[in-house]
Each structure stands twice: as C-alpha cells, then as structure tokens.
Design a protein around this ligand. Structure first.
Ligand code: UDP
Ligand code: MG
Length: 348
C-alpha cells in the first residue's frame, strides 16, 4: 500500500467547504424487500447531513415490485428522484445512469442493501473538505460472508491490481464519494465495457480511503453470484489492460522453445542414427501443446475483437423508460461516445 501511494501524483490539497448539495446514487435490482429499510436509513441520514440532498434511485429493470415501493416514497418526497431503466442493464450501467443524473457538488454511491453504512459518508465529507476528490470506502472486515467468498474477494482485488493498475485500491467496492470535477471526467468516459472502480482510479485526482466495517445484507439476496463476479473480473481485465494479450506471446515463446528443443532432438537423432521410430508420444505432446497455445491466443484475441466490435456500434449505454421528480432527461442519459466527443469539441 505504502509503495503504491509513493507512485501516486503528489497533490496540494486545498481545503474547501462541505458540498452545498449532495447526491446519493443507489442502484436497485429486485430490492423490494429492502425499500423500507433503505428509506428509514436515508431519511435519518438526510436529517443529519448539512447539505441540500437529492437521492437518485436507479431501478435497473427489476422484475419484482421495487418500483412501486420507491414511487410511493418519491410521491411523498421531492428529493427522491427515480430513474427507471427500460430493462436490466447490470450494476455498473445502473450506476452510470445514476451518476449521469446527479446534480450535486459531490456524489455518494451506495448499494441499496445497506451493506455500506450511510453514516460513513459523514467521514467521507470530512476528507472531501480537506481537498480530496475521491473518498472511497475500504472494507476493514467482512461479516456474514463465507470463507470461499472472502478468499475469492481477496484474490479478485489482487489479480485486478496486477492486471489493471497498481493504483486500484484494495478491498474497495463502488461505495465512494466523488467530487463534481472528478465526476465530470468520469462522465466523459462512455466505454461500453465498464468497471467503474478502475475508471475512477484512472481519472486520478487526490484520492483517499476511509475504513469501514461492511455489514451483511439487511434483506434479499446478493445479485453477484460467483459467475457474475468472474464476469466483472474479466470485463475489468480485458477493458483495462492488454496483459492478457501478452499472455499469448508468452505462450507462444514457451511453445517456440519446446519446438526448438524437439527440432534439435530430431535432427540430432537422424544425424547420429538414434533409434527414432517411437517418436509418436513426443510428437503428440508437442502438437497438442502448440494447438492449445494457438487456441488460447486466438481466444484471447477474439475477446478483444469482440469488445472493439461492441464499442464500435456506439450504442447508448442505457435507456430510461420513465423518471420521477426529475426535471427532464439530461442529454448525457442517451449520450454515446461520439456525442460526448462532439460536446467536448464544442466546449473547446
Ligand atoms: N444491482 C443492480 N443491477 C444488477 C445487479 C445489482 O442495480 O443487475 C444493484 C443491487 O440492487 C445493489 C447493488 O447493485 O444495490 C449491489 O448488488 P448486491 O448487493 O447484490 O451485490 P453484493 O453486495 O452482494 O456484491
Ligand atoms: Mg450487497
């Protein structure tokens, strides 16, 4: 950790006032069991925090009655804004939609299931006042999670760090407070394959961790089974780094060496008159090693080509089917990469 920080850019921190307006972004997918717990916690938090509050609930195409619960809440409180996506787009895209709609000076991202305790945001605001642009929650301990989960999470963050960035903070989810400056940078990144934590690390600016105890889910069940977690890891690896492509080169080199060894042996054998007929085993071994190395390399290459293909379609990241308590859909909600580029050109 210490050496990772040493490599970071040195920033002069400029103290600033608390954010005058704060947005909470909460993605929700099949969280009907949670709405009333969430409401109680959020209302308590809104009474405590000295800022104009806005809560953006992104309903990520839930198939249960999540929307009914949150619409009832929004009807009573204008600060509760709902972005109802046209279908389930997944956690990372739902977060993106919420961030696009956020208008606050600072934005806090939390999970709907209250695993990220809202009071920690007060500590995040303290660090924001010191001048940090990103304050991320770092898990100090995990309650109610199996050993297998702990191990896979541990491996996940280490592998990600190796593949993506030395700077990717360890044991950190999407729970964080982001300043307006950093958010605007993040919003201009419209890539299809999104790993937001990595993208926030990539944007830079002064970043700091706040340690907290991660609670277990208040109700409902996780939407991140191992399969999805692995999917996220793969997206993270292949959308952030070309290390997997280099694996092909390494495989190629190894099989190349094997080939040279086998070739030399064959030549020597024929020159020196060694007994050569029973070469079948070694032939099979070499052929299959080369075959598998080729297939793996082509497969990895294919993953990248597929990603380029999907990105080149330049589709909007999501569609919003309805909003509640939102003045009008921002352009960024349907902004593609080329739209974003056009906007940047206009501004400059
Ligand atoms: N979520 C979402 N879309 C999805 C899956 C999850 O918006 O396709 C939301 C979910 O409602 C929750 C957050 O993302 O607010 C994190 O999901 P979960 O708590 O299931 O993940 P875990 O904490 O188990 O990693
Ligand atoms: Mg959770």
């Amino acid at each position: 950790m210490a050496e990772a920080q040493a490599r970071d850019t040195y920033h002069i921190l400029q103290p600033r006032p608390s954010p005058a307006s704060l947005s909470l972004v909460i993605p929700m997918y099949n969280e009907e069991a949670i709405v009333h717990f969430l409401r109680a916690e959020v209302e308590k938090f809104m009474r405590e925090v000295p800022a104009d509050m806005e809560v953006i609930l992104v309903n990520d195409g839930s198939s249960d009655r999540t929307i009914d619960g949150i619409v009832a809440w929004a009807a009573e409180d204008r600060r509760i804004k709902i972005v109802h996506l046209s279908r389930n787009f997944g956690h990372q895209i739902a977060l993106t939609a919420g961030l696009d709609y956020a208008t606050g000076d600072a934005v806090a991202v939390i999970d709907a299931d209250l695993q990220d305790p809202l009071p920690v945001i007060h500590q995040m605001i303290e660090r924001y006042r010191e001048g940090y642009d990103v304050v991320y929650g770092q898990r100090a301990a995990r309650q109610g999670e199996s050993v297998a989960f702990k191990v896979s999470a541990w491996v996940f963050y280490r592998v990600m760090r190796f593949l993506i960035y030395k700077r990717l903070p360890l044991d950190t989810g999407d729970f964080r407070l982001i300043s307006r400056e950093c958010l605007d940078g993040l919003k201009s990144m419209r890539e299809t394959h999104r790993f937001l934590r990595g993208m926030v690390a990539w944007v830079g600016y002064p970043q700091v961790a706040v340690k907290y105890q991660r609670a277990s889910r208040v109700a409902g069940e996780t939407k991140y089974p191992l399969r999805k977690l692995l999917g996220l890891a793969w997206t993270a690896a292949t959308s952030f780094s070309t290390v997997p492509l280099q694996i092909s080169i390494v495989l190629g080199l190894i099989t190349g060496l094997l080939g040279i060894e086998e070739g030399t042996r064959a030549i020597l054998a024929s020159l020196l008159g060694w007994y050569i007929v029973p070469g079948w085993t070694s032939l099979m071994v070499v052929t299959s090693i080369i075959g598998s190395a080729l297939l793996i390399s082509v497969g990895i290459l294919g993953q990248y080509v597929g990603k380029i293909y999907e990105q080149s379609k330049d589709r909007p990241l999501y569609f919003v089917s309805r909003t509640f308590n939102v003045a009008g859909p921002p352009i960024s909600a349907i902004m593609t990469r080329s739209d974003a580029m056009a906007e940047i050109h206009e501004q400059s």
